[in-house]
Design a binder for this molecule. Structure first.
Ligand code: ATP
Ligand code: MP5
Length: 264
């Protein structure tokens, strides 16, 4: 069985973070392991408290997983601080993790901050150069590149800047745009658009986490980055469509046991 590791924050509400990642890994037929960076007290309405863990325990969790179980791909989500980002980057190098998907999580759907302001430079310099795939949404791409994205041309410029920082594949997600969500991939040479149909709903808590985890799991299973993104997009759409209507705010998605089995 292929192995997938998430390095991310815990969401007590079960909709995003580590919890969404493990559900997605499982649905994709991979064995998921988890490295927790921060604990959030969170539900569908928002984040009421955050406790960042010391970088040392993040490092020892990675060592514990890698020294015994290993991984075929990994993803990062909420990394909270510059110290944690540096610790993760060092361990990714030490353990030679090449299939790394970086979801540069900065704020929750509710608007609460999940990454300290002074950690953005560490993300740019230490982690992005190690990424096989980086999956920013539009506001994250703007913060990382200092490009204000007002048009499709601006989005392409931002994707090029992120590629020049060292990420091999850049996908700037279109969930925050008006109309049907189109995600833009840049592989260093060509642009490719992944088109979806907008589902009008409040149940979108965890879409970004689910998307990046599904990409990591499909890469672990040997698919190309293009195939992995296309499968991840179908999975997220279906997971939004069948969301269970839990909580009074941005509700979580529905995950599907053994979804992978239906693919081939
Ligand atoms: N309402 C929607 N209907 C269909 N697809 C969506 C919708 N919202 C987001 N998506 C898709 O979900 C995936 C995640 O994108 P999104 O831009 O929402 O990520 P995100 O902004 O990181 O998530 P979040 O805002 O929860 O942090 C993308 O493939 C996007 O196109
Ligand atoms: C612990 C944690 N990590 C990430 C997110 C972002 O969620 P999304 O998947 O919606 O981008 C979150 N709300 N909480």
């Amino acid at each position: 069985m292929k192995r997938t590791m998430t390095i991310a924050g815990s969401d007590s509400g079960g909709g995003a973070g580590i919890q969404a990642d493990l559900k997605t890994f499982s649905a994709m037929g991979t064995f998921g392991t988890s490295v927790i960076t921060a604990i959030t007290a969170q539900n569908t309405l928002g984040v009421t408290d955050v406790y960042g863990l010391p970088a040392k325990i993040v490092e020892s969790q990675i060592d514990a997983v890698m020294s015994d179980i290993g991984t075929d791909a990994a993803k990062t989500g909420m990394l909270f601080s510059a110290e944690i980002i540096e610790a993760v980057a060092n361990k990714v190098k030490k353990w030679e993790i090449e299939n790394l998907v970086v979801d540069p999580v900065m704020v929750a759907k509710s608007g609460d901050r999940l990454l300290k302001e002074d950690a953005i430079e560490a993300m740019r310099r230490k982690l992005i150069p190690l990424a096989l795939v980086i999956t920013p949404n539009i506001p994250e791409a703007e913060v990382l590149t200092d490009v204000s994205i007002k048009s499709e041309e601006d989005r392409r410029i931002a994707a090029r800047v992120l590629h020049s920082m060292g990420a091999r594949y850049v996908i700037v997600k279109g969930g925050h745009l008006e109309g049907d969500p189109v995600d833009l991939l840049f592989d260093g040479q060509r642009f490719h658009e992944f088109r979806g149909e907008r589902i009008h709903t409040n149940n979108t808590h965890g879409t970004g986490c689910t998307f990046s985890s599904a990409i990591a799991a499909q890469i672990a299973r040997g698919r190309s980055v293009y195939e992995a993104i296309s499968i991840a997009k179908r999975y997220v759409s279906e997971a939004i469509r069948q969301a269970p209507h839990i909580g009074a705010g941005h509700g979580p998605l529905q995950h599907f046991p053994k979804w992978e089995a239906d693919l081939d």
